[in-house]
Ligand binder design. Structure first.
Ligand SMILES: [Zn+2]
Length: 429
């Protein structure tokens, strides 16, 4: 019998995954400061491939960090919004307090990929030659700590731990994004809140463990909203951990956008089974009557403003407190470990309806009307251009010339106008 147990242990040791960062026997042991220490370790381990920046502070003044992962990250120009040489993508984790494994899963995946890179893996090398992966591992550090160790709280009372999604002000950050959208049928801007209220069972009208949207933007939300402005992100993935599911449908946006977002969700679904996992992440159904159950989502905000793919990915079956186990953790890592490489092969459709702001590409839109509405809203410039996305350099277009005109011209005409402007500029007065 003893021999048998030793044999079983040996087998378990050989097949159990060997991930370096967190030996996750008990999620309760991991705090926000453990996450920060781990980020520091990664920075020491891969100084050429990771840059870290503090993008804001939580209610309790804990830093919120972003990791930028790429080859030669320190020589990459991050001052321009759209980089023609590298695709930018954004991943966010740790928004909901009780969903404890997601920050760890993705830090582990980052480490795993960079280890492969250092060991000469060509696939990840090529991915990181072409991409900058932006990853915010822990948006809600206060909630992350409180869900595990808080006993009594002035807003939440006691025994709140397994229900806690909110930050320490009792605001659910995934109802706190200032989302609004341009209603193509009515020709006006609407807040999603206005529409979703009527349908939702998931609303709290006062500070609570979940579903309270808050009367003002929280510092954690603001940090992420501001960071979204920094780059043209090809897509945005918000990582949660409550059930093998992909929420993809933004019912309030155009069919063209919804189709594109569904394709993106299906790509993630495909990735989730690529390492021999027998079941795929489930996709939400397209059902308008059921879909508008909430508002203020990070993904709805991103999709409505930038019109690029945005999904909520629930990385594992019920892996919240108190149910999170190391099995969920290792399973999620194994399913998603190639996500960066796989998504490098996914080509986001770029649309010809483009908006520029301060001579930078703001975004491209699947609808002309929508693009024009955004341009007006942000005091930007609408341009029709079916060529590659690009940044116009400061000297080429002076937006003040066009600001109040609704410009609709094709690529050839645009270059003709640009030439004419340059001629006018270079003609002595
Ligand atoms: Zn969540």
């Amino acid at each position: 019998m003893k021999k048998f147990i030793i044999l079983i242990c040996l087998i378990a040791l050989t097949i159990s995954p060997n991930y370096a960062l967190f030996q996750l026997n008990n999620p309760m042991e991991i705090s926000a400061s453990t996450i920060n220490e781990t980020i520091d370790q990664l920075l020491i381990k891969y100084p050429e491939h990771i840059a870290v920046e503090i993008i804001g502070y939580s209610v309790e003044n804990q830093p919120i960090k972003v990791l930028r992962i790429s080859n030669d990250i320190h020589s990459t120009d991050l001052t321009i919004r759209y980089n023609q040489n590298k695709k930018n993508s954004l991943f966010l984790a740790g928004l909901h307090a009780k969903e404890v494994i997601t920050p760890l899963v993705f830090l582990e995946i980052v480490n795993d990929n960079l280890e492969a890179l250092v060991n000469g893996d060509e696939a990840i090398k090529s991915t990181l030659d072409n991409n900058i992966i932006h990853f915010i591992p822990l948006m809600n550090p206060d909630g992350f700590d409180l869900a595990k160790h808080g006993e009594v709280h002035e807003i939440f009372g006691s025994d709140f731990n397994e229900y806690l999604k909110a930050n320490t002000n009792g605001v659910d950050l995934n109802n706190n994004f200032p989302d609004k959208f341009y209603d193509l049928e009515l020709g006006q801007w609407h807040s999603i809140e206005e529409k979703a209220h009527l349908h939702s069972n998931y609303i709290s009208y006062e500070p609570s463990v979940a579903y309270y949207w808050g009367t003002e933007i929280q510092p954690e939300t603001e940090a992420v909203v501001e960071y979204m402005k920094r780059c043209y992100f090809e897509y945005f993935v918000d990582l949660h951990s409550q059930g093998d599911y992909i929420y993809w449908d933004h019912w309030h946006l155009s069919d063209i956008f919804r189709e594109e977002n569904l394709n993106f969700a299906m790509k993630i679904q495909e990735i989730s089974t690529s390492n021999d996992f027998p079941y795929a992440y489930e996709l939400g159904e397209r059902n308008i009557a059921e879909a508008p159950h909430g508002f203020g989502y990070s993904t709805a905000y991103f999709a409505s403003l930038y019109d690029n793919p945005a999904i909520t990915l629930e990385v594992a079956r019920l892996s919240n407190l108190p149910y999170a186990t190391s099995d969920h953790y290792y399973e999620a890592i194994n399913r998603l470990k190639d996500i960066f490489i796989e998504l490098d092969n996914y080509k986001v459709e770029h649309s010809p309806h483009r908006v520029y702001k301060d001579q930078e590409l703001f975004s491209d839109y699947s609808h002309e009307e929508y693009a024009k509405a955004v341009a007006k809203e942000i005091n930007g410039l609408y341009i029709y251009d079916s060529g590659d996305l690009k940044t116009y350099s400061g000297n080429v277009i002076n937006p003040n010339l066009f600001n109040n005109l609704s410009i609709f011209f094709n690529r050839k005409l645009s270059s003709l106008i640009i030439e004419t402007i340059e001629q006018i500029k270079s003609t002595p007065q």
